[in-house]
Design a protein around this ligand. Structure first.
Ligand SMILES: NC(=O)c1ccc[n+]([C@@H]2O[C@H](COP(=O)([O-])OP(=O)(O)OC[C@H]3O[C@@H](n4cnc5c(N)ncnc54)[C@H](O)[C@@H]3O)[C@@H](O)[C@H]2O)c1
Length: 320
């Protein structure tokens, strides 16, 4: 298939691009490089530097495509709270213009990177796809809005979509060639690993009084390569004319922030003290996925779900 990957110079987009190329697909990448890295884009892909909301860019990349893999967007929760307009533009308005361009060029399938942030504070865990969606921050609200837009474009124009609600993505290519390089970096695993690499003595964890076994937040981590594989399966499902849907992607296992810091220290072979800081507003105590639907319908079987493997691969990338 011929696929347009938006955000293909970013962390997950670059690894998904690589996976699609390995599976024999033809890939075009569009990325404005506002947060991405040109050198992370596989040389076998065609790269276009541009914004997804720019019709002249879409005119250049969409004709002849079978589907869009939509990962472009802004992803920082705190930034979304202070600059909501920017987030609604990047995550809703620009992608809406891209959908119009897809209609115009007859591209009828899309796989969208959604997030566990659409659920907000869950009433129970593990979280199934039918759980209520009450995002507690602007970022989650923009991702849910675009999911809704996909429903409307489905009924109006027949666009078929798969929305993948990722839980906490981490890890890197096992050979250390591609990995997470966000700036700013707010995710716990890369932040602990960076502290260890730089020889810092202490790492601050947000909150130690949550109703969890050790008092720190619990999250479900998914290896970025398993995620890339879920994208390939989703794309190929749409490619054979099957219907779309919503799928959670996680391993169904929760790890506390203290367990994460400890596992990072083990991977690095170094010690680090944990300092308990104040809670960060809007952080649910526990987020764990039920990904049974992805297993049943997409045939997705995570190969690297173990936290040690995820962190070991990330450490290799950080010390490369
Ligand atoms: N990283 C996670 O843990 C996580 C979890 C859940 C969902 N997601 C979603 O996955 C997607 C990818 O996340 P990531 O971690 O790879 O982020 P990233 O910031 O590394 O990649 C996003 C890419 O989109 C590009 N971009 C942003 N706005 C654009 C625009 N208007 N036009 C063209 N390109 C644009 C950026 O330059 C960047 O390369 C995002 O949509 C995010 O919301 C990520």
């Amino acid at each position: 298939m011929r696929i347009l990957v938006t955000g293909g110079a970013g962390y997950i987009g670059s690894i998904t691009t690589h996976r699609l190329l390995e599976a024999g697909h033809d890939v075009l990448v569009v990325d404005s490089l506002i947060r991405g890295h040109r050198d992370a884009v596989d040389r076998r892909a065609t790269f276009v530097d541009g914004e997804i909301g720019d019709p002249s860019v879409m005119e250049q990349v969409l004709p002849g495509c079978d589907a869009v893999m939509h990962l472009a967007g802004l992803i920082e929760v705190a930034e979304s709270q202070s600059e909501p307009g920017r987030y609604f533009d990047a995550n809703v308005a620009q992608p809406a213009r891209m959908l119009d361009a897809m209609v115009e060029h007859g591209v009828g399938a899309i796989v969208f990177s959604s997030t566990a942030a659409v659920y907000g504070e869950p009433s129970s865990v593990p979280i199934p796809e039918e759980a209520a969606t009450h995002p507690v921050n602007v970022y989650g609200a923009t991702k849910l809005m675009f999911e809704r837009l996909l429903d409307w474009y489905g009924s109006a124009h027949g666009i078929r979509s798969i929305r993948l609600r990722y839980f906490n993505v981490a890890g890197a290519m096992p050979d250390g060639s591609l990995g997470e390089a966000h700036d700013p970096e707010t995710h716990i695993i890369p932040r602990v690993l960076m502290s260890l690499r730089e020889g810092r003595r202490e790492f601050e964890v947000f909150g130690g009084d949550y109703p969890t076994p050790d008092g720190t937040c619990v999250r479900d981590y998914i290896h970025v390569c398993d995620l890339a594989e879920a994208h390939r399966l989703s794309l190929e499902r749409l490619g054979i004319g099957e219907e779309g849907g919503v799928f959670n992607l996680g391993n169904g296992a929760g790890y506390s922030n203290l367990e994460v810091v400890r596992t990072c220290a083990e991977a690095a072979g170094r010690d680090i003290e944990v300092a308990i800081g104040p809670r960060r507003p809007g952080d649910p105590a526990v987020l764990v996925a039920s990904a049974a639907r992805a297993t049943d319908v997409l045939g997705w079987r995570p190969a690297s779900g173990d936290l040690r493997t995820i962190i070991g691969d990330a450490w290799r990338w950080h010390t490369r």
